[in-house]
Ligand binder design. Sequence first.
Ligand code: PRP
Length: 178
Amino acid sequence: MKTPKDTKLLRVLFSEDQIRRRVEDLARQISSDYADKGEVLLVGVLKGAFIFLADLCRRMTVPRRVDFIAVSSYGDRTVSSGNVRLVLDLRGDIRGRHVLVVEDIVDTGSTLAYLLDLLRLRGPASVRTCAFLRKEKGGPPVDYVGFEVADEWVVGYGLDYADDYRTLPHIAILQVNR
Ligand code: PRP
């Protein structure tokens, strides 16, 4: 198993201030888009999305509720296994509801593709996607993106490396010594 000893924080990519301003923009845009829809159900994808979701939902102005789902594909690896596993399901029914899936990062897109297939089978009124970070690798379209990032390992603001660095208040680039 990799440990933080094999890693080194290289530099800050997005500061707390940049993150706060971008999340405010996203919350404003999402609130405007959902203004005539009644209520939006924010589905946070654990663990990575918990901090972004907490900030986003508190800045939105339309009626909203929150639920969580947990999947895993990376484990302690730095490359997606492509084999997505449902770890924890939603608590509530999503039939007829406007669902917004909230991710910390869309990398290969396999996690999001798996989730969209799963959620659409349950008869929601709509499903949209929001990711704080997105790498340019294809995968399903993301409706709301915080920042596009290059193909580097990024940590902080919920994103981890082998479950470390999640609680950094900013996004940093991590060097991983293999
Ligand atoms: C990370 C991240 C996304 C997914 C993105 O989750 O939070 O859910 O990988 O990668 P993909 O686009 O290549 O599928 P991870 O499996 O590491 O679990 P975690 O959120 O608990 O850290």
